[in-house]
Design a protein around this ligand. Sequence first.
Ligand SMILES: [Fe+2]
Ligand SMILES: [Fe+2]
Ligand SMILES: [Fe+2]
Ligand SMILES: [Fe+2]
Length: 460
Amino acid sequence: MAMNPFEERGIPLERQIRTWSQVALPPYRKQDVDAFTRCRIMLMNGIENEASVFSHAFARVSDDPELKAGLAALRRVEHQQQTTINWLNPADQSVLETTIAFEQVAIELTAYLARTEPDPYVKQAFDFGLLEDFDHLYRYSQLLDLIHGKDPNEVLQGRTDVLPARPTQDHHNDPFLRLLNHYEKTRARPRSKVNVLTLMAGEQQTLNFYKTVGNAYGSPEARQLYAEISAVEEEHVTQYESLMDPTETWLERWTLHEFTECANYYTCMETEVDPRIRKIWEIFLSCELEHLRIAGDALQRLQGKDPQEVCGRELPTPATFESNREYVTRVIQEQSDLRLVAGGKWARVAELPDDWPSLVYQRAVNADGSPSESVVRLRMEAAGVDLVRAADPGREEAAGEHRVTSLDPEPAANTAPVEYTELTPVEREAAPGDHDDARLVNPVEDPTWPRRLPRKGKGR
Ligand SMILES: [Fe+2]
Ligand SMILES: [Fe+2]
Ligand SMILES: [Fe+2]
Ligand SMILES: [Fe+2]
């Protein structure tokens, strides 16, 4: 049943403050949490982080004391909400287990949003990102096995396949190519706006997490893999934020943020299987309904605009976690060889021009090999085969082939072979003098700089 959030009454702001023991609730047990409950928790942490970061950015450019006070009052609640949600994650969940869960969120969320996205261009952007996060899951799964001796299905619970898609070494692009064409705020459906903002928030939190915890393991391969994949998440944030209409005002964006929070909590509440956590979603939805009213009033007061003009009258359901296996499989088969080209477009590997700008950057960063290939080789050395998990055994069998055939024209020197055949072991021991090596500090020269900036962005 659809909900019109402008007709509902939320909890008054002065009653939204909770005690510290209500804020820091007991965590879930990782042994028996439902995989999609964990996905919802991880997504909502990202949504709350975005609410807070956006509100600070808005406050810093705002000169209206009443507006600033309103933002600060709401931020205090958003902070409590985020703490509650993020700290539902238990202390005994390892960094790599949490990482696997982050990629599961990215895959299942992006796939659902792509399936339900009304704007075909936005949908294509989602499909493109989907295959990259799908490949990240495969790479991190090798490491989970190597470091913790765990099967990724202990986290994924068999809901998400672990297979190569577009190889991670090819996710590194000239940054201009990640700038896509934005929707037009007056023509875009509210669902598209919410989808884009939801996914951007999720990717931002993934980036924050990898940047913060990528040093948690001693292994150089682990550190480098986090460095490599967090750089791709940085590109994902760039890609998704470029879809938003830059002429949306700060007040419109604020309203859209609160609306997006409502939509996500509403979805979580409607789909949650854990009664204790469902209660949290319900209470937080009631908080957000009041936030939306406050933001909408500010939009009306300061800009004379009806918030329903920005958001519509009905909450979409972005945070729906359900099986997307069939959809994802189709996108892998049809789009692994897609790449970004100028003008916010995509081309097949076979159609790429010789001077494709991303190749220059890939040559520079992958000059010592690609960490996402190193971990596959390490797993092959350790177990004779890379780790894949799919509901369909035929797809497991074809995985090695797919990993290699979807590469672009200049694969990294350490690219893992289709099958284990006399691999040269990756050098793992630190040698004396390693730390004096000039290579460790000298930047790689990037021949694409300085670059002429593209002309000022227009809509589509
Ligand atoms: Fe919130
Ligand atoms: Fe990812
Ligand atoms: Fe991502
Ligand atoms: Fe909020």
